[in-house]
Design a protein. Structure first.
Length: 365
């Protein structure tokens, strides 16, 4: 194999990696990153598109969708508009929105985005705005399904005049709604299992879990925790439900109490949700002269900013971009098929990203 061919393969692997991480790429940005011409990147994209590995769009590429494979005759774009309501526009959710928009571009549909909060009243307000405008044919929703009013919220969504798919949310297996709701979300329980098993493989037999207080993800993470501990024969009682990020009042006292419990329980590794909380714990450990992973191994859950920690944090990365893409694909499939299309409920597997916070480096490395 010639060097030129080898370099082409390496570039294309980088392009595909970028696509799977973010759902889309721009020719200009990748040319700058890989230090090659834009023409070279366009040729790489054309070669990958010919193999059905991506979809070419103006100025870049997106991942191919299940509804839009490479064909001799590309179907005409479907003029659907899909409303999307997410609880945050600054953490976790931007990658989901990016994935949804990439799929929308590939499928020729429009996305109308609304930001909400973790509040049912605000969710209803934003959803109602989209419905009253009479411009959307479907909805992708991430409402607050915690606490009181859950049944009423589900019934209300089920009675909307357009179909809805939940994103990073799910309901019980059966609900008495006129239209059974579908959903697509990350398999957070399995992601937590991956973290436990990773630490177990590296010799840790006493592991602790710190869950972000009030997060809708916590219930799934706790489920994965208890399952993994039971299967591996590990003690599973060390579970703390507290938010300890740097902007949380009194976070240092909370962390001090957690570490005091760690010493008492002889905990050697912590799994922390989410990245800001994990980084806050790591910073406190460093202030106390404790080494990571020597004195305490750590794994973060989310992988939004875990790579910025010192040391860089091993993390479980939910497939956020892929969740957004699948939500749009599912909705377009449903809109094309009409009322007879069955609801789908999809789990997408997270990924373990290995860095320096969970594995001791060999001497001299």
């Amino acid at each position: 194999m010639t060097d030129e061919r080898l370099f082409a393969l390496q570039r294309r692997e980088r392009l595909l990696d970028e696509l799977w991480r973010h759902g889309s790429l721009r020719v200009r940005d990748m040319a700058r990153t890989l230090e090659v011409s834009e023409l070279t990147i366009r040729r790489d994209i054309a070669a990958l598109a010919a193999r059905g590995l991506l979809t070419r769009v103006h100025g870049g590429a997106t991942l191919p969708t299940d509804l839009d494979p490479v064909r001799r005759h590309r179907p005409a774009a479907t003029p659907f508009t899909i409303g999307m309501v997410v609880p945050s526009l600054d953490y976790y959710w931007p990658q989901i929105v990016s994935g949804a928009r990439s799929a929308a571009v590939a499928l020729g549909v429009q996305i109308q985005l609304r930001g909400s909060s973790y509040d049912q009243a605000e969710d209803r307000r934003q959803i109602s705005r989209l419905i009253s405008a009479q411009q959307v044919q479907g909805l992708l929703l991430a409402p607050n399904l915690e606490g009181e009013g859950l049944d009423e919220m589900i019934d209300w969504i089920g009675d909307l005049p357009v179909p809805a798919i939940l994103v990073e949310r799910q309901i019980s297996r059966w609900t008495p709604t006129p239209r059974q709701l579908g959903w697509v979300r990350s398999d957070h329980a399995l992601g937590l299992e991956m973290a436990v098993r990773h630490l177990h493989e590296h010799g840790h037999r006493r592991i602790g879990l710190v869950l972000s207080k009030g997060s809708p993800t916590s219930a799934h993470l706790a489920q994965g925790w208890h399952k993994a501990c039971a299967e591996l024969g590990l003690p599973g009682e060390f579970v703390v439900r507290e938010s300890v990020a740097l902007d949380v009042p009194g976070h240092r006292e909370i962390i001090r109490g957690i570490l005091r419990r760690c010493r008492t329980s002889r905990i050697t590794a912590l799994i922390v949700h989410s990245d800001p909380d994990a980084m806050s714990v790591a910073q406190y450990l460093a202030e106390q002269g404790l080494a990571i992973p020597g004195d305490m191994a750590m794994v973060s859950y989310d992988d939004e900013v875990a790579h910025l920690a010192e040391p860089a944090m091993t993390a479980i990365r939910p497939p956020k971009s892929r969740v957004g893409r699948l939500a749009v694909e599912m909705m377009v499939s449903r809109l094309r098929a009409g009322r007879r299309h069955p609801a789908q409920r999809v789990l997408v597997l997270p990924e373990l990203i290995l860095r320096n916070s969970s594995v001791k480096r060999a001497a001299g490395v």
